[in-house]
Ligand binder design. Structure first.
Ligand code: HEC
Length: 116
C-alpha cells in the first residue's frame, strides 16, 4: 500500500532505529477503524459528485446548499466530519448509508464536498 509523504515523515520522526511493525496511530495499513480506513483512501472527487447525486442530493439539495426542513448546507465540509456523520447519522438522515456505501464511495463523496 502506498504511504503518503506526510506519513512517511511522521514515521521517520518516530523512528528509533529498530525494524518497526508500522504501529503508528496514523498508520494507514492497520485498519484501526472503518473511519480511519476511509480517510486513508485517495478520494476520486469526480465519482464523488455522482455518489452525491445518488445518495445525498435528495436531502441536501442539488448544490449541497441545503433544503429547508431537511439536510443543511454541507458545502466545504471537512472530510472527517462527513465520514463521522455517515457513520453516526443525526435524526432525519438515512441510517443505512454506511451499510449500502463502500469505503471508497464514502471517501469520494467526502472529498467532493470539500471541493465545494
Ligand atoms: C434522508 C435525508 C438525508 C440524506 C439522504 C442525507 N442526509 Fe445528511 N443530513 C440530513 C439531516 C436531516 C441532517 C441533520 C441536519 C443538518 O445538520 O443538516 C444531516 C446532516 C448532515 C451532515 C452534518 C451537517 C452539519 O453541519 O452538522 C453532513 C456532513 C451530512 N448530512 C452529509 C450527508 C452526506 C454526505 C450524504 C450522502 C452520502 C447525506 N448527508 C445524506 C439528512 C440527510
Amino acid at each position: 500500500m502506498r504511504i503518503v509523504a506526510w506519513l512517511g515523515l511522521g514515521l521517520l520522526a518516530a523512528c528509533d532505529g529498530t525494524e518497526g511493525d508500522g504501529g503508528s496511530p496514523t498508520d494507514c495499513e492497520g485498519g484501526a477503524s472503518r473511519t480511519e480506513d476511509i480517510l486513508c483512501l485517495e478520494p476520486d472527487t469526480v465519482n464523488g459528485a455522482d455518489v452525491y447525486v445518488a445518495r445525498c442530493q435528495v436531502c441536501h439539495g442539488t448544490d449541497a446548499s441545503g433544503l429547508t426542513g431537511l439536510g443543511s448546507d454541507i458545502r466545504g465540509k471537512a472530510a472527517s466530519e462527513t465520514v463521522d456523520t455517515i457513520m453516526d447519522p443525526p435524526a432525519g438522515m438515512t441510517e443505512s448509508l454506511q451499510d449500502i456505501m463502500t469505503n471508497q464511495e464514502i471517501a469520494d463523496v467526502a472529498g467532493y464536498l470539500e471541493t465545494l
